[in-house]
Design a protein around this ligand. Structure first.
Ligand SMILES: CC(C)(COP(=O)(O)OP(=O)(O)OC[C@H]1O[C@@H](n2cnc3c(N)ncnc32)[C@H](O)[C@@H]1OP(=O)(O)O)[C@@H](O)C(=O)NCCC(=O)NCCS
Length: 323
């Protein structure tokens, strides 16, 4: 069954019940479950230049036995691919073909739009990996989740002469959107492994819309940028609380523009971010981040900040016949 674009409160509750039950069953206890606000935000607020198909399988006693959505990108680079999220079947309904029914329902629009691959985030060592491999997915980008305790790293950040910090909570101020977009495009240098998915091209509108979507989804977005002596954007880092009471925030992008690399700016903006979180009095105790196994520079910076590896995951991709 396909869910409409504006699910009702009851449909959001039922969806949230599935992802929460699966989270508690599949994930280590240290990983906090998603809040209802996060689930609702994900279902109600689409990402820019994307449309979605959301699939549910009703349970005989009411509610859902399983759920999953697919994001169909509309930007030119990614029209041939798609992204699956929230794919989950309640533990008591597993191994009865429900996951396969959801996958078939998600695959239909992917195929109908002539897309030739799709990617999903998969935890290594669990049922998800077994299922994904059985459906022809393979790991295209191995990654590890790392976690840092905010209280553990209190070193004052230091910037090279003439650089200064700029920070804001919420959506980027309009005058800084073009500069932020420029640095965001430096993310293109991070590894993409065997993924068909291409890095998004960032411009002022897209950075505004991305931060606005995170806010509309009920989240809090914190950004710390470093400005070069000439006022241009040299580096930035972005952390998101998916709901106001989030104790484990998620690291979004950290990037240093190519002309400014090798001067400690990545470390500086991340240290300043920790200070900002403390100053704002937010409930966050930890920051979690994924880093690709072959992203040496980011792993080195994170090690200096006290990040410890928590669990392995992979971006799993399957190629599909076109048409
Ligand atoms: C992954 C998940 C959605 C599968 O749901 P499901 O309804 O149990 O899947 P199906 O019954 O359709 O399984 C299809 C095939 O996948 C494989 N599979 C699924 N779970 C498996 C497991 N625990 N161990 C080994 N193989 C497994 C089998 O080949 C299975 O066929 P079989 O039962 O005939 O042997 C479910 O385990 C889940 O919610 N996991 C947690 C969330 C998650 O990891 N999601 C990401 C998936 S990409």
């Amino acid at each position: 069954m396909i869910l409409g674009d504006t699910p009702s409160e009851a449909e959001i509750d039922a969806w949230h019940a599935v992802v929460t039950a699966c989270h508690l069953y599949d994930m280590p206890p240290a990983v906090p479950p998603p809040s209802r606000a996060e689930t609702a935000g994900q279902l109600l607020v689409p990402a820019h230049l994307s449309h979605y198909v959301r699939v549910v399988v009703p349970a005989p006693e009411g509610g859902y036995a399983g759920v999953g959505w697919v994001r169909l990108f509309e930007d030119d680079e990614n029209r041939s691919t798609a992204w699956i999220g929230d794919f989950a079947v309640r533990p008591e309904y597993r191994r009865r073909g429900i996951g396969t029914r959801i996958w078939d329902a998600l695959r239909a629009p992917i195929a109908a739009e002539g897309r030739t691959s799709v990617t999903a985030e998969v935890e290594i060592g669990g049922a998800g990996e077994q299922f994904a491999r059985a459906r022809g997915f393979d790991s295209a980008l191995p990654m590890v989740w790392y976690v840092q305790r905010v209280a553990d790293e209190t070193t004052e950040p230091s910037l090279p002469d003439g650089y200064r910090f700029l920070e804001w909570t919420g959506v980027v101020p309009a005058e800084h959107a073009p500069g932020l977009a420029h640095v965001h495009n430096a993310m293109h240098d991070s590894p993409y492994g065997d993924l068909d998915l291409r890095p998004l091209r960032w411009d002022a509108e897209r950075v505004v819309r991305a931060q606005s979507a995170a806010v509309e989804r009920g989240g809090t977005v914190l950004t710390v940028a470093a400005l070069a002596p000439d006022g241009s954007h040299a580096a930035y880092t972005e952390v998101v609380l998916r709901s106001p009471d989030d104790v484990r925030a998620v690291q979004f992008a950290t990037a240093v523009a190519p002309a400014h690399r090798g001067r400690g700016l990545g470390l500086a903006v991340k240290r300043r971010m920790l200070g900002l979180i403390r100053e704002e009095g937010l409930p966050v105790r930890e920051i979690a981040t994924t880093v690709a196994d072959d992203n040496g520079p980011m792993r080195a910076v994170n090690k200096l900040l006290g990040y410890r590896p928590e669990r392995s995951m992979g971006l799993f991709q399957v190629r599909l016949p076109s048409g």
